[in-house]
Design a protein around this ligand. Structure first.
Ligand code: ADP
Ligand code: MG
Length: 210
């Protein structure tokens, strides 16, 4: 993993979040308080604005700074959760090599574990973790096989999509949507959608780089 890639990913994510405005807005209006798009827009813009500050840092130091920035800019439930993802990913990236996809998969999984702990949540609770956990698992499984780079990133996009869609039929047991009980059924979780958008964007970027 290179810092240059992290900066390109941040710029691509900002564009992808902006392009998902109407969907993210309406999902959080349906089962939340309507602020998820604004939160994600503010967070992604803050990271893109930091690019000159991040450019000379090692990848792990850049990820740590990104986490700290998200903590102070996103707000809501998703701010501290995404911040802990990046800070835990930074810690693992510092401790081990991230030149291989297996190393990146381990750092990603550490980030997802931090979200689980911070959110006290797991798969099946209609949150961003319904996307993050299956993607982390698939990433680690595939990097331990001889699957090609293209196969891995295509599979991660599929796992993110399937996880995002799985939230539609779930009752929420965490976050604001949990107050709605059965009324949340039929609506995709906004945090799952934004994570799917971010993961698909980063996979597309990785697939472009051969
Ligand atoms: P808020 O809920 O405070 O308005 P956002 O709208 O930005 O914050 O984010 C809502 C998203 O956060 C939800 O769609 C869900 O994916 C995620 N979320 C909320 N609570 C948790 C939790 N305990 N664990 C994991 N994800 C959560
Ligand atoms: Mg909200």
């Amino acid at each position: 993993m290179r810092t240059e890639f992290i900066l390109s990913a941040a710029a691509a994510i900002q564009q992808a979040i902006l392009a998902s405005e109407s969907e993210l807005e309406s999902l959080d209006r349906e089962i939340g308080d309507g602020d998820h798009f604004i939160n994600m827009k503010r967070g992604s813009a803050a990271i893109v604005d930091m690019r000159s500050e991040l450019a000379d840092l090692s990848p792990d130091a850049a990820l740590q700074k990104i986490g700290m920035k998200l903590l102070s800019t996103i707000g809501g439930a998703s701010g501290p959760l995404l911040a802990s993802f990046f800070m835990a990913m930074a810690k693992t990236a510092k401790e081990r090599e991230t030149d291989s996809l297996a190393g990146i998969a381990a750092a990603f999984a550490a980030g997802v574990d931090a979200v689980k702990q911070r959110g006290k949540a797991d798969v099946g609770e209609k949150t961003m973790l319904d996307v993050l956990i299956p993607v982390a698992n698939r990433f680690q499984t595939l990097t331990a096989t001889d699957a090609s780079r293209d196969e891995i990133f295509a599979a991660l996009k599929d796992a993110a999509q399937a996880g995002m869609l799985s939230t539609r039929d779930l009752v929420a047991t965490k976050g604001r949507a949990s107050f709605l009980g059965e009324r949340a059924i039929g609506h995709i979780d906004p945090g799952a959608k934004s994570c799917q958008v971010m993961i698909a964007t980063v996979c597309d970027l990785a697939l472009d780089r051969h």
